[in-house]
Design a protein around this ligand. Structure first.
Ligand code: TXA
Ligand code: MG
Length: 316
């Protein structure tokens, strides 16, 4: 059920239920981090393998030491620069953080989300919430209450906080001997991180039990077959007899040749493109198409994150 009643959502969390919550990035499927019942429900509902750990959402940076210890100085600096906001940090976990949440790792992923309703909720409950994105494992991330409803129906309570403003998952940073290392490209660009930290390391992609399974090759996929191209016209020509949908960065030139076109940003603004990205993919995916042809984005700043998601979306 979709609701705007925070009291109802709070009650559900207190009673070991899971709920969907809005954040500035994507909707999360949340449960009390101290309720084993709730955490198990998250994995079951998402059909997520247990080796894939969850992000703990806290109400403010001041709360961080309750969750993590031996926090590097540079992590505090990053928290001061980006929280509340789309930065997740992987840190040494406190003993009371369960193995279920961290998939047995000694580290825990933490962030402070930047959404009014969810911050209000976090301030009203006595515990942090664990929340992966509110989609079934490997499918498209949800950026509206409607997307969440499409995946889970009335199974769970969904706190409606409108469309996610950023629309791309958080950037995940870990630390190796206090040097930041990028585990997942996300809403904060590498350049933005490096403006605070200096040069960071980039983790290599992995396929099994990865450091951050946002790095699993296939992830974030539509059900419709999708291909990625830098030459839209010739791809369209190849599939003339198919029902084609196009995910375009800024051009609408192909309008008359295809059934549906989603343009991410007519002015070529990557931030705008990011905020429309999952919405556009959901919309194409529910348009009964044979094929989605996606245009590669400029490989800079947020364009890097978007290309990363596109590559995972086409990988089968
Ligand atoms: O923007 C976001 O991060 C959204 C919203 C809801 O906060 N959440 C999200 O969660 O994208 P999820 O579960 O779909 O992705 C979290 C990623 C996973 O790839 C997971 O493997 C990684 O965080 N992760 C969690 N704990 C980790 C740890 N201890 N070490 C390395 N990676 C970790
Ligand atoms: Mg996810």
């Amino acid at each position: 059920m979709i609701t705007i009643d925070i009291a109802k959502v709070k009650n559900a969390l207190i009673n070991d239920e899971i709920v969907a919550i809005p954040t500035e990035t994507v909707y999360g499927l949340a449960g009390n981090i101290y309720s084993e019942i709730a955490i198990k429900k998250i994995f079951n509902a998402k059909k997520r393998p247990l080796f894939n750990p969850l992000i703990v959402h806290i109400k403010s940076a001041e709360y961080l030491e309750k969750i993590a210890h031996n926090i590097p100085e540079i992590a505090w600096k990053l928290a001061a620069s980006f929280w509340p906001g789309p930065l997740t940090m992987v840190l040494n976990k406190q003993d009371h953080i369960s193995d279920l949440i961290t998939a047995g790792k000694r580290t825990v992923a933490v962030r402070v989300p930047n959404h009014k309703l969810t911050l209000e909720l976090l301030n009203e409950i006595e515990f942090p919430i664990a929340a992966p994105s509110a989609n079934i494992f490997k499918t498209l991330s949800p950026t509206s209450a409607k997307h969440v409803f499409g995946a889970f129906g009335n199974e769970i309570l969904i706190l409606d906080g409108d469309e996610c403003k950023i629309g791309l998952e958080s950037t995940i940073i870990g630390f190796e001997e206090d040097i930041p290392i990028l585990y997942r490209l996300g809403a904060i660009t590498i350049e933005e991180i490096e403006s605070i930290t200096g040069k960071i390391k980039i983790a290599a992609a992995q396929n099994h039990a990865p450091e951050a399974p946002g790095m699993l090759s296939q992830h974030y996929s539509p059900r419709t077959k999708m291909i990625l191209t830098t030459d839209m016209q010739s791809e369209i020509a190849k599939f003339k007899n198919k029902k084609i949908g196009v995910l375009s960065f800024k051009s609408e030139n192909q309008k008359n040749q295809v059934i549906k076109i989603e343009t991410l940003s007519k002015t070529g603004n990557l931030k705008e493109a990011a905020s429309n990205f999952y919405h556009a993919l959901h919309s194409l995916d529910s348009s009964d198409l044979d094929l989605i042809i996606a245009e590669k984005l400029p490989n800079e700043g947020l364009g890097k994150t978007l290309n990363d998601r596109l590559i995972r979306a086409i990988y089968k």
